[in-house]
Design a protein around this ligand. Structure first.
Ligand SMILES: [Cu+2]
Length: 305
């Protein structure tokens, strides 16, 4: 969850990307309608049944709001955002702790400035980091019981972040039933380590479908924005395109990732990668300087062959 000004040029650039995005050449999975019946948690297991697959919870993003369940049980959940709007959107989850309420959040969000530190009671809890219109993005989130706000930090063409236009949702995560199936973690074939301020990633990957296990090994919250680079572009070019005052879309397309997660937390995300060069960037603001982590060197590149 980043609502500081310094984050907005980046997201504004991502928004411009959305305008250039086409279905072909983009690595995400096209959004498809999902019947409500498909969203129900899996049934409780019978004896000797294999571990259940994580239930999928689908949240539709629009201009400017969310539509989805208001309450879900705790446990590992595939959180999928379907972008049914005309702008790029995200679902950045934040848990309200310390007895704080949705009203406390809205009061904070209305008055927060770029130099305000993130309040301790607002705990980043990941989620799908970005999808362009008509596409979807997923993250596997081990939901803990509690109250969450869902926020889109992506701004409109005037630079107004979508949450200021009403794109804020709430999600109540209830304690799972005692006999509820325990979902098995997805089988990740790749890991991404998030450090202060670097990514630990493989130098090369094979093309095709992957599941990434993202773990925050640092002392600050971090996010992972996975982008396919345009021919000849570098992660540094992408970061530069997101610097304050920069104009024009970044030379890359977002293809997956997870929104900010707290130190020690892990989340998974699926991504189907076509051959090319990819970049990982973190645009979470540094707690001390307010600079986005990419400016502090938190970016990496790898090839997909
Ligand atoms: Cu970071």
């Amino acid at each position: 969850m980043i609502i500081r000004r310094i984050h907005l040029p980046l997201i504004a650039a991502l928004f411009l990307v959305a305008a250039f995005a086409t279905a072909c050449g983009y690595g995400s999975v096209p959004a498809e309608p999902t019947a409500a019946a498909d969203l129900a948690p899996t049934d409780a297991p019978v004896a000797e049944a294999p571990p259940a697959e994580a239930p999928e919870v689908v949240i539709d993003a629009s201009d400017f709001g969310y539509s989805g369940p208001s309450e879900v049980p705790a446990g590992l959940t595939k959180l999928t955002m379907m972008n049914k709007g005309t702008q790029m959107h995200q679902v950045a989850m934040m848990q309200l702790t310390g007895g704080k309420t949705y009203q406390d959040y809205t009061a904070y969000a209305e008055t927060a400035t770029e130099t305000d530190p993130m309040p301790e009671w607002l705990v980043p809890a990941g989620g799908p980091v970005a999808a362009v219109p008509s596409m979807q993005a997923s993250a596997f989130v081990d939901l803990q019981a509690g109250t969450y706000v869902l926020v889109c930090n992506i701004p409109d063409a005037q630079g107004v972040p979508h949450f200021k236009l009403g794109q804020v949702g709430t999600l109540q995560v209830t304690e799972a039933a005692a006999d509820a199936a325990v979902a098995a973690a997805p089988e990740a074939d790749q890991t991404i380590g998030l450090a202060d301020f670097a990514f630990n990633v493989p130098a090369e990957l094979s093309a095709g479908a992957h599941v990434f296990d993202v773990t925050n090994e640092g002392a600050q919250p971090h996010e992972a924005v996975l982008m396919k680079l345009d021919e000849g572009a570098t992660a540094g070019d992408v970061a530069a395109a997101f610097a304050p005052g920069a104009s024009g879309p970044p030379p890359a397309m977002p293809v997956g990732g997870v929104a900010g997660i707290a130190p020690g937390a892990s989340q998974f995300f699926p991504a189907d990668l076509s051959p090319g060069r990819y970049a990982l960037l973190c645009f979470y603001p540094d707690a001390a300087s307010g600079k986005v982590h990419a400016e502090l060197g938190m970016m990496a590149e790898f090839d997909v062959k």
